[in-house]
Design a protein around this ligand. Structure first.
Ligand code: MG
Length: 389
């Protein structure tokens, strides 16, 4: 058995939304198809993935380095001990051949996207949903059937009024979500606080609200926002400063007592370890870590990051992978994490879950399709199928 081809294409996300720091008018994502010669139900197994949200397509490095290394390797060297399936750990090691240390984001997204597509194929060959396979390997067989899901919403949009924002949040609650998140940092502080208060005022008492600054603030502004947001009983204040400025994050954590969240822009296990050693975050006060596996070398490396965090006393319930897609959902369920994000109505076919997924009381039920389950997400699967044809 062997991987016969790996294809990738860049697809525009086409969106007019903005966070505090940039708009998504040029945003693209890489879709990957790992084509095998293994036949299930009369057809070759193909594993799919895309590079999650917020990082541009990265096909050039895939084509120049990572795809040729896999396709050019001895096929038997990529199999697991049973010789009946591929071994994602060995495939990750092949992609990392002749790669210099450091500089993770130059390759972690390309490698992670291919690696997650390999896992989709591995789960399909095993005839299991990915979350079940991951639970067996990484969570002592404890299989979650539903995952807590919150909405990453409240984006800035042209001409948006406070009423528009409140209406958006009510749509999310009416759909069955119990927690919503909104952007801050895109307007002057006074207007931003008015925005947060307007949403807070309209939420029912059981619903939770978080805010996301997308790494916008330097020291003075971060402190000003921290002081203004502290009384608002937010579930978390996300990315108040540069994702690698652990010293400043530590100062913010000393000043702002409620929970903080960060990690979607960290791409290596060592960076995440530095975050928990030097960034002032603590599991005891419900801080949250949001590493996005397809952007950070994939699932094998994510398991190493989870193991490192457990050594530092972090429970899996504090981990919420960024991304708002079926990959993050399967990973959250498989590893038994705190939850996942959701982007209803933004990012087109790339923001969402299976068409038949059910949401109840803030929890999304998982479908039992083999693999990640993209086949149940018709608009996205049409793009993937065309790539593999
Ligand atoms: Mg964020």
């Amino acid at each position: 058995m062997r991987i016969v081809d790996i294809r990738e294409c860049a697809v525009p996300l086409k969106s007019d939304i903005s966070n505090s720091s940039f708009d998504f008018s040029e945003m693209t994502t890489s879709v990957v198809a790992v084509i095998t010669d293994v036949v299930r139900e009369g057809r070759p197994v193909v594993g799919f993935a895309f590079n999650s949200t917020g990082r541009y397509a990265c096909g050039a490095t895939m084509r120049a380095r990572f795809i040729p290394r896999i396709v050019g390797a001895d096929p038997r060297s990529l199999l697991d001990d049973t010789q009946e399936n591929f071994d994602p750990e060995k495939i990750l090691a092949v992609m990392m051949k002749r790669e210099k240390s450091g500089g993770h984001s130059e390759r972690s997204i390309a490698i992670g996207t291919i690696e997650v597509a390999v896992w989709d194929a591995v789960a399909k060959i095993a005839g299991k949903p990915l979350h079940r396979l991951l639970a067996e390997r990484y969570n002592a067989g404890t299989v979650a059937h539903r995952v807590f899901c919150y909405v990453g919403g409240g984006w800035y949009a042209p001409g948006q009024t406070l009423k528009d924002l409140q209406d958006e949040m009510h749509r999310h609650l009416d759909a069955g979500y119990t927690m919503v998140k909104m952007k801050v940092g895109g307007l002057p502080l006074v207007e931003d606080v008015r925005r947060v208060e307007a949403v807070k005022a309209t939420l029912p008492s059981h619903a939770q609200l978080a805010v996301d600054a997308n790494s916008k603030f330097a020291r003075a502004e971060a402190f000003a926002y921290a002081d203004a947001l502290a009384p608002l009983r937010l579930r978390w204040f996300e990315e108040p400063c540069d994702p690698l400025d652990f010293a400043l994050l530590g100062e913010i954590a000393a000043r702002y007592a409620p929970p903080l969240a960060t990690g979607e822009n960290l791409f290596s296990t060592q960076d995440v370890e530095n975050l928990v050693r030097f960034g002032g975050l603590r599991a005891q006060r419900n801080d949250v870590i949001q590493v996005d596996p397809p952007q950070a070398y994939g699932i094998v490396q994510y398991a190493r990051t989870v193991a490192m965090l457990e050594r530092h006393g972090w429970p899996r319930s504090a981990l919420f992978p960024h991304g708002g897609n079926q990959m993050a959902l399967a990973i959250a369920a498989g590893f038994g994490l705190g939850g996942a994000e959701s982007y209803p109505g933004v990012f087109g076919p790339f923001g969402g879950f299976a068409d038949d997924a059910e949401l109840d009381g803030g929890y999304l039920t998982l479908t039992e399709r083999p693999g990640i389950g993209f086949e149940g997400q018709s608009a996205l699967y049409a793009i993937m199928r065309e790539l593999a044809a």
